[in-house]
Design a protein around this ligand. Sequence first.
Ligand code: ADE
Ligand code: ZN
Length: 326
Amino acid sequence: MTLSSLISSVPKAELHLHIEGSLEPSLMWSLAAKHNITLPYKNVAQIKAAYQFSNLQSFLDIYYAGASVLLDEDDFFALMWSYLCKCKEENIVHTEIMFDPQTHTERDIGYDIFMPGFLKAIDKARQQWGMSVKLILSFLRHLSEQEAFDTLEQAKPYYRYIDAVGLDSSEKGHPPVKFRRVFAQVRRLGFRIVAHAGEEGPADYIWQAIHTLGVDRIDHGVRCLEDPELVALLKKRQIPLTVCPLSNLKLKVINDMRQHSLFALMDKGLLVTVNSDDPTYFGGYLNRNFEALDAALGMTKNQLQALVINSFKASFLTQDEKAHWI
Ligand code: ADE
Ligand code: ZN
């Protein structure tokens, strides 16, 4: 079997995916038409052509604007269903999905609109295919800690559907310590914790995420390589890094996929996984990320197998559930 067919056929987990970053340009276009919203594009091709980014912020500006077409429960159902159908196609059997409540509550779209839409799609995928799905509520770090507290409080009726709480959006200038108190509350409530750190921000933000927030997993974390002591800690504690190769390329964290540090991180003994982040904006769902790594750096079947095993190891499944896949 070729590596490419192995990549597509092997059952795998995805752990770093923003549901708002899976909005297909065609769905954006049709929802804009449905709600009489005028987009700054003349057609779907123009939406796709606009996806040229110089850094994280230039992407986030377009990503938040894109989410403005999501208005009613059916829209959120369509968004989630579209991603879960991709999971089915790509043999993703377990996925841990981030959603950004504040991207919607800031537009007066409340939890009672987006959560039922998400949950109906997730239920359908569970029933139809036995797919396993967990949800990660993510705070936008460019907003205040008080707004994160408010967001956590508003989520109360939905706590039983949420497995973890995360931190995303503009990294530089918004260190994890800014959210120290709210994550202490998150921990008291019993949620798992993840945080984007060391994507564009310095290795120090990864230290903070570990020591101040108490994260179970780091999203991205590729800049850990700048600090050997941090690498040693990540290795010793086997704190997973959810790495996103196409995202790193599109957001110019690296200039060429041949520079990607994923295999270097693995060789140092870190628990690394491959993920798609915002697949419609970065040019590929999960399998494309594996393909891109292989095309640029070469991937052995053993490396692929290790990455797939890591995807389950690093998940929030129970040990028994993990044992089924590993
Ligand atoms: N939100 C969506 N994608 C993100 C990324 N790659 N980094 C930070 N925040 C995000
Ligand atoms: Zn991300």
